[in-house]
Design a binder for this molecule. Sequence first.
Ligand code: F0G
Length: 352
Amino acid sequence: VRLWPGLIQHYREWLPVSAATPIVTLHEGNTPLIPSPALSQRLGRDCQVYLKLDGLNPTGSFKDRGMTMAVSKAKEAGAEAIICASTGNTSAAAAAFAAKGGMRAYVLIPDGYVAKGKLAQTLMYGAEIIAIKGNFDRALEMVRQISEHYPIALVNSVNRFRLEGQKTAAFEVVDALGDAPDWLCIPVGNAGNITAYWMGFSQYFQQGKATQRPRLHGFEAAGAAPIVLNRVVEHPETVATAIRIGNPASWVKAKASVQVSGGQVDSVTDEEILAAYRLLAAEEGVFCEPASAASVAGLLKWRDQVPVGARVVCVLTGNGLKDPDTATQQGQTQIHTGVEADPATVARLMGF
Ligand code: F0G
């Protein structure tokens, strides 16, 4: 038997854990990196585009990478409960890892702006959901205050162990490609993940596991683009609710990483996001959530700048099943309802 032990065990020497750390794992990580012929062809000029399918983690998003670390370290420190603010995926991951670790979880979410699949799974894992009259940024301020005053561990990405876990995605990309890609395209919300990828690429580069680091190309939604606009957005709005954030916690670190990498942070409109979302499903059979499609929307926006022969990785951060409402609205086909249970009728419907 050769079981994948989860990312902490696999990348143990690269992570701040010790024999005393009780590892709480759902055997996350080890997600596929797949070629995308449809995108490579759109770029042309011998470019190779790959998709990092991090929506295939146990709770359906990359958040599991950070949460296995954050929850293991919280448990090591003796915490019995964890808390986070979330646009949905962090809460699902926090809830699942708390369940596995025998801890209580409390999640603060913006009332009315979390996709249905994320709520469903968080309820199933048994977390307390507190939907506030405010957006993600307000929820994050609140959990920071609460965790300062009460004995509960904060597991948002301001917890440094989160980014430590998330950096393993960069390790996996290099391990799969044999080197770092030339470009990395990634959605940006609270700006933790882009920062974590840079940490991972940098560590591998420094230890000689890669000959280069990629240019980071981060993409915010146009209605929630504080880094691009260089100012806090008080009322962020986007169909990509996962990245509906106006004051990212890792703003400064992300900006510095992007600058050193020679890349940039740009924004993509909801229309561009949804076009990429549909393209991935229709042409690659890959169903991601809208926020994840921002990486591909951004790549398509920048396609003429990609160097000849470049290897590009687009990170698909979350599973399409997370957001059934948007999928149903954006579906490329419609359900034929109320059809007579009769083969001739169905054949006629099919155009025969
Ligand atoms: N993609 C998805 C699917 C996300 O859920 C998030 C963030 C991001 C991208 C952006 O990553 O915040 O590190 O820049 N979701 C957080 C949450 C905010 O609460 O689930 P980031």
